[in-house]
Design a protein around this ligand. Structure first.
Ligand code: SAM
Length: 331
């Protein structure tokens, strides 16, 4: 493969006609689809910078130890000489490179690596990051919207006997009822899933949520979330961003809570997006973003409800992130 070319698969879920429709719908429904926070190369870079600053992964000194322990345990459990790695929502793909580095002292080898992301900039970043370290590895970057890509797995030929699927940092931005059935579909009985969740630290879920609020309620996060609005001509003077802790109204019988960011319109806004004129009136509230925070018992409960069993788990020193080694429950 020439070093100046990457072949990227684009799934139909990210074809321009579909994306254009969903983009317009986000503004009509006053609810921004999360994928549009990673839409442009600039937004992807803004997110990478944020991630480097605020992610529990970066902040906790226990990060490397927790990830290494978990990745070693995963490779022990996999017990396959040859396996494929599928990273769903790969982002910058650093954790997958760490995983590969742990193969050095083992017999196991990675045959194919499939970095999958809705952002082409991030799918390529993850590809290049891995390729720099392991130039001979077969890597097939894929751009797709996981919510609409049931057939994606059929485009990933098996090179090894098992698959390891990573789903790092993904669960916060989807309702569990939406994403977990999709995740289950990716798994077959011989595969392993490595899953991470952002947690509310400490003994009190509510106090834990309040403790992590500043990781979202800060200037760089507001700037990142404003980008999607700026791209259609909205300025900071048109409204205010507020960041709050919410119970999940879609699932009132559970205690799951999320941190949500809203843009409250201050002065009338007229948007012209893809032949549609959309008026936002003062006082209207637009949902920009949400992030669910879990506890380890909640993670286990939700995964179990969706046919996924946790084999082992690790928490960071500061209890802000949990790692879960899982497999499909086969009856
Ligand atoms: C919080 S980041 C996690 C990235 C990486 N796995 C990590 O742990 O550093 C979420 C990632 O999901 C991707 N993403 C968001 N919505 C998606 C969707 N509907 N389908 C596929 N990827 C999506 C984003 O582009 C972003 O790279």
């Amino acid at each position: 493969m020439a070093s100046h070319i990457e072949q990227v698969y684009f799934h139909a879920s990210q074809f321009p006609d579909r994306v254009t429709h969903e983009y317009t719908e986000s503004f009509i429904r006053r609810c921004i689809n999360h994928k549009f926070h990673y839409h442009t190369t600039r937004q992807s870079q803004q997110w990478l910078n944020l991630h480097n600053t605020y992610s529990p992964t970066q902040q906790s000194q226990g990060y490397h130890r927790a990830y290494e322990q978990c990745l070693h345990a995963t490779l022990d459990t996999l017990r396959q000489d040859r396996f494929d790695l599928i990273s769903l929502g790969c982002g910058g793909g650093e954790k997958e490179v760490l995983l590969h580095s742990l193969l050095a002292d083992r017999k196991a080898s990675m045959v194919n690596y499939y970095p999958v992301d809705v952002s082409h900039a991030l799918a390529i970043t993850a590809t290049r990051t891995m390729r720099r370290e392991y130039p001979d590895l077969h890597i097939q970057p894929m751009v797709c919207d996981l919510l609409h890509a049931d057939d994606l797995i059929s485009y990933m030929p098996r090179g090894g006997t098992a698959r390891l699927i990573t789903f790092f940092g993904m669960i916060p931005n989807f309702t569990p009822a939406t994403i977990l059935p999709i995740l289950n579909q990716f798994l077959s009985s011989e595969d392993l899933l490595l899953f991470s969740a952002n947690l509310a630290p400490g003994d009190s879920y509510t106090l834990g949520m309040e403790a992590v609020l500043p990781q979202y309620d800060n200037l760089p996060t507001r700037e990142w979330l404003m980008s999607v609005l700026r791209d259609v001509g909205i300025s900071k003077l048109d409204g205010d961003i507020t960041v709050t802790i919410n119970s999940d109204s879609a699932q009132p019988d559970t205690t799951l809570k999320k941190i949500a960011a809203y843009f409250t319109v201050r002065q009338p806004v007229r948007l012209a997006i893809n032949d549609q004129v959309i008026d936002w009136q003062p006082g209207e509230r637009v949902q920009l973003f949400f992030s669910y925070r879990y506890t380890t018992p909640l993670v286990k409960e939700y995964l179990d409800q969706h046919g996924i069993e946790v084999l082992n788990n690790w928490e960071f020193n500061n209890q802000e992130e949990g790692l879960y080694l899982c497999r499909k429950i086969c009856n």
